[in-house]
Design a protein around this ligand. Structure first.
Ligand code: MG
Length: 396
């Protein structure tokens, strides 16, 4: 109590416009005290024992102030600050049992609630052949991965899955699927590892090819198993250099199996793949490894600052938007994979979808909406940069 009030008073004394951090303030006080002592010596002024004690105390106090403030998790708030906003209220969910699907917490985005696969599509955005029945969704061999329509960056993901019963196959061929972040880059292995051997960094709960799970907490095939995964997306600078790597923490059936491990790059077979830059928010996907693995009760909570929802529309839809729009301020829209790019007067913007027709940029306030004519053909673009609304016709 005493220290935080003391710090606050000193900060008030320095005035509201002061931009010093507490550490800087501590250093400033130490340096002022030392300077004062040195000056006193230089001038050969006799000073009392009391003065020495006072300066000593000031130095120690300043040093403590600096170290105490350094420990503050957020310098914007005092300890126990009564004006600090309280955390949002979330109604907790219910855990799944072997027979009963659990319930998501109130602020979660539900990705599968047992009814249909509406939140999931094939990797190119077309409808998936995975099936939903009796409260679960199941991988259909040869139908390909499924991915979410919505994109997610840092998040808490809950996935309940079950390996086929009776168990079939060996090693990597036994109940193999996977939960991927960053579209299809970073896999948390799904595998029937109950009394079944395979290589360690490929078993259930491994970060595939990188980190074996800490323990094997697998249930029998056919029994429902719970993954709770905390994913932190990697960050890249504008030149594509890695600023921070992807990290994951994983619980399998309530047991910690990955403790905030840092990924070396995308997970891969046979070789170690290097990072390549990508947007923070990407779809989450589930693997088709040829085994009829079942999933249910899938929900996700986005972490960090709330922002616009982002989606990855179907490639065919994105392709229909490409072309040149307008005559004076010409926009050229191109596609790179599942990302649209806008080129305006030589400046290039990456576009992010907030709906199937509305897009925005993140570096400048560019807003775009693609419009269609009566025949459903894309024929114009309504756009703005910071203000207003302009309509640009699509060149034939
Ligand atoms: Mg797999």
């Amino acid at each position: 109590m005493e220290n935080s009030h003391g710090s606050a008073r000193v900060l008030q004394f320095l005035g509201e416009g002061t931009s010093l951090t507490c550490a800087q303030l501590g250093a400033l006080l130490i340096s002022s005290a030392s300077h004062l002592i040195t000056t006193q010596f230089m001038k050969s002024i006799q000073f009392s024992r009391f003065t020495i004690l006072l300066l000593g105390a000031l130095t120690v106090g300043a040093s403590q102030l600096g170290s105490n403030c350094l420990a503050a998790p957020d310098p914007n708030w005092l300890d126990h600050d009564h004006e600090r906003p309280l955390p949002p209220v979330v109604t907790p969910g219910e855990s799944s049992t072997g027979t009963q699907a659990g319930k998501p917490p109130s602020d979660a985005t539900v990705l599968f609630d047992g009814k249909d696969v509406a939140s999931w599509v094939s990797m190119d955005g077309s409808p998936t052949k995975w099936i939903a029945r009796d409260g679960y969704m199941e991988c259909v061999k040869g139908s390909g991965y499924v991915r979410t329509l919505q994109n997610f960056g840092d998040c808490q993901l809950h996935v309940v899955w079950a390996a086929p019963v009776p168990a079939h196959g060996e090693g990597q061929g036994r109940g193999n699927s996977g939960v991927f972040f960053g579209l299809d880059r970073y896999e948390i292995q799904v595998l029937d590892s109950f009394e079944s051997k395979t290589y360690a960094d490929g078993s259930a709960g491994s970060v595939y090819g990188q980190y074996p799970p800490l323990v094997n907490a697998s249930r029998r095939p056919g029994e429902w198993q719970n993954y709770d995964i905390i994913y932190t997306a990697p960050r890249f600078d504008e030149a594509g250099k890695v600023l921070s790597r992807a990290r994951v923490t994983v619980f399998l059936n309530g047991v910690l199996i990955q403790n905030n491990v840092e990924l070396t790059g995308p997970t891969s077979w046979l070789q170690r793949a290097p990072y390549s830059p990508h947007p923070v928010k990407q779809p989450i996907s589930l693997q088709d490894h040829g085994n009829p693995v079942r999933f249910r009760n899938i929900w996700v909570r986005e972490l960090g600052k709330p922002g616009k929802k982002e989606f990855t529309p179907a490639v065919a839809l994105l392709e229909s938007y490409t072309g040149v729009y307008g005559s004076d301020n010409k926009f050229e829209i191109t596609r790179e994979g599942n990302q649209l790019m806008a080129d305006l007067q030589g400046i290039r913007f990456v576009l992010f979808a907030e709906s199937p027709t509305k897009f925005f940029a993140k570096t400048t306030d560019v807003q775009m909406e693609f419009m269609s004519n009566n025949q459903g053909k894309v024929d114009r673009l309504v756009w703005s940069v910071g203000e207003g609304a302009n309509t640009a016709q699509k060149a034939p």
